[in-house]
Design a protein around this ligand. Structure first.
Ligand SMILES: [Zn+2]
Length: 344
């Protein structure tokens, strides 16, 4: 994305904010004038929670800025000492919905484009022996490399390429950088595409009992030791692309009878100093998917590392047999047990 300075009228109001960056489509991001970079995890890049929308481009009728974290809202030309009116809030929300719709269509168009391309298959076909060995070292065997057409690309000084397949269609393409700028910043989705679910067996529907791992590689490594069962039912393995799973992806899992969450140990930590969020990723995901359809398996380490260190399939099957429900303490804000989707 080419950088672009704020137009002069917007610059007067928001030009002083730190980490100001152009995002495209008439949108900039920066740190928030209200909550600043409070609680921000710097290993994930600079704070960009404050969204600034220009009125000359995009769909905004009046320029404004809004914080994704604390909800702070500012309109261009308004007296900053006066509170935002309900009408302004409504207008903001309407425009946000319009923007989201536009963005959704862009993603779908880009996905359609990707499905017409063959470059990602060449990343697989052109892999050298040495590049294939990088996969082997990560615990991924030839069977999975060929099934998923896992590959190697020269971008960013070398990156593993991971197509996310659904049946014979590609949904998105992910890269695992060999030289990441920081340890927590290893993965990239192809520009213009977005995070999706990784289906370890691309043809299987997302029904029955689903085991959820974190990251495509872990899903594959876990699956290789299988098949696994839970109370006599066979298990479908999938991977989520991040600890805090986007709600649109959780919604894709609501036809399943049972979701068994096997996330990394740090998904159980409650992030400190974050405004308004006092919940671990596991708690959040299970709350959104519905407490009554979820169990969790708490492993002591990342599951692929455990398999590489010699974890036995029978031991892992025992861990699955002992999957536990998430016990939620009653909270004052009424967040516990919220379920959406079918029949609710
Ligand atoms: Zn804020």
């Amino acid at each position: 994305m080419n950088d672009r300075p704020l137009p002069p009228d917007l610059r007067q109001k928001w030009g002083h904010l730190r980490f100001l960056r152009y995002k495209g489509n008439g949108e900039w991001s920066a740190e928030c004038p209200n909550c600043h970079d409070d609680g921000h995890d710097n290993s994930k890049g600079k704070p960009d929670r404050f969204m600034i929308f220009d009125h000359n481009t995009g769909t905004s009728r009046k320029a404004r800025g809004k914080c994704r974290r604390c909800g702070h809202l500012e309109w261009l030309g308004d007296d900053p000492s006066k509170p935002i009116t309900p009408k302004q809030r409504r207008e903001d929300e309407k425009e946000r919905r319009e923007l989201a719709k536009l963005q959704e269509q862009k993603y779908l168009d880009r996905q359609e484009w990707l499905r017409q391309q063959t470059f990602w298959q060449e990343f697989h076909e052109d892999m050298t022996k040495g590049q294939r060995q990088i996969w082997h070292k990560a615990g991924v065997g030839n069977w999975a490399i060929d099934l998923h057409r896992l590959g190697y690309s020269q971008r960013d000084d070398g990156a593993l390429s991971i197509p996310y397949m659904e049946g014979s269609d590609i949904n998105t393409l992910q890269f695992r950088l060999m030289k990441p700028p920081s340890p927590g910043d290893k993965y990239r989705f192809l520009t213009g595409t977005r995070a999706e679910l990784f289906r370890v067996w691309p043809d299987e529907p997302l029904t029955g009992v689903i085991l959820i791992t974190e990251g495509a590689k872990k899903g594959i490594v876990t699956f290789q030791g299988g098949p696994y069962t839970y109370q006599g039912e066979s298990i479908t393995v999938i991977s989520v692309p991040m600890k805090n799973v986007p709600e649109r992806l959780i919604k894709q899992l609501l036809d399943a009878d049972l979701l068994i969450w096997l996330l990394d140990p740090d998904a159980y930590e409650i992030p400190r100093r974050r405004v308004g969020v006092q919940e671990s990723s596991v708690s959040r995901n299970i709350r959104l998917a519905g407490d009554n359809r979820c169990l969790m398996v708490k492993a002591v380490d990342k599951i692929d590392d455990m398999f590489l260190a010699g974890l036995k399939t029978t031991t892992f099957q025992n861990m699955l047999n002992q999957a536990q429900p998430y016990i939620r303490k009653e909270s004052k804000d009424g967040r516990q047990g919220k379920t959406y989707g079918r029949g609710s």
